[in-house]
Design a protein. Sequence first.
Length: 484
Amino acid sequence: MTVPPAPTEPSTATGTTSTSGTAATPTGVTVAAATATTATTATTATTATATATATTATAATATATATATATTATAATATATTTTTATTATAATATATTTTTTTTTGAEFAPLTVGPMQVWPPVVLAPMAGITNAPFRTLCREQSGGKGLYVSEMITTRALVERNAKTMQLIKFDPSEKPRSIQLYGVDPVTVGKAARMIADENLADHIDLNFGCPVPKVTRKGGGSALPYKRNLLREILREAVSNAGDLPVTMKMRKGIDDDHLTYLDAGRIGAEEGVSAIALHGRTAAQHYGGTADWSAIARLREAVPAGIPVLGNGDIWSADDAVRMMRETGCDGVVVGRGCLGRPWLFRDLVAIFEGEVDYARPTFADVARAMVRHAQLLGEWLGDEARGVIDFRKHVAWYTKGFSVGSELRVKLANSSSLAELAESLAMVEQSQSWPAGADGPRGRTSGNNRVVLPEGWLDDPYECARLGEDAESDTSGG
């Protein structure tokens, strides 16, 4: 297919798009037919926190002195120090800590305002298909003491409106989850509007996020995810329908820089979102063509912050592997909050670190392998309870094994055994074969999850012909089910 001239966005934060250009086939765009298918401190589920040097702790924390010689952690409490010689914990969970130095003060950053919601710290768990279900959100919230905002995995609007059984399971929240946040994916304005109204009328959530950032081919080939903002008028219609039907619920949007470097859309999309009344805008500093490769462009987040009216929060996403990265992003870009995705895979205690750094504390989680093993068993157990079947829960947990064990000395054969566990007993037995006293590995705070790039973006036939044509996509463009 020959690609006609396409508008590109200037490097300055003007929020406008030039309509001039030279006809060329952009690198990395594949067009498909629309029918193409060091310490031993322990922290538990209540996010109790122990420190060796700090004299204060946040709410819901427990402290112990440096002279403690034995500490027992239960599902309700966990206290220990760097000189502890023996620590035990229940299967509920335990996370070890050590002390580090930060220069952050609680007064440096403000809570994130999303409609009527005040989110503190200004941290959001990114929606991740097959990952951010209720069990994983529970683990992250336990570590943070319930602070922050935790978004569901992507929900297809057609599947929601049709009350698909799997989708209705995915939108179930634990009674303790407040606020409840659902991310919607859709390409048809009317269907998106119906889904938003359904959520509002039936009190299914307190916040709606719209997905315009997914780069996977099965989504972009149908004009969805990160492909959709290229069609400016279609984007506007979807946002208008969502906001107008959501009632008092805040509607936000998450997007990427664009399809590729020749087809950037984020400034136009941000302007359109602001005009249509979204409550916040999140930007992943990569294009769809980059997938998760290379380095996130934080300067684009800064440009978007400059372009969007001050009253609308801008959140940054991409390459936040540690709490220090989150603070650095906010300082460098001026964004109002951060969205954390792959950095928390196999590491739900990252949210404890985030709370600590934003509140000016000095405790960072440094779990031993014993702590990690307990968290792994608990994660698998929660999945089994959520799915109503232990075996299904353990099988679903398999994808998490490599993330949890990253950097630890486990051995290839045992890793395979762990990744093929079919019961909680089998998983626990295999974990017990690993040296439990191993300290948190050097470098384990770095990149995890998918890091390779992919320069192929599969799009519907003729998608790039006219960025302002309000494309009408077929019914098959929206899946009748949700999830990864």
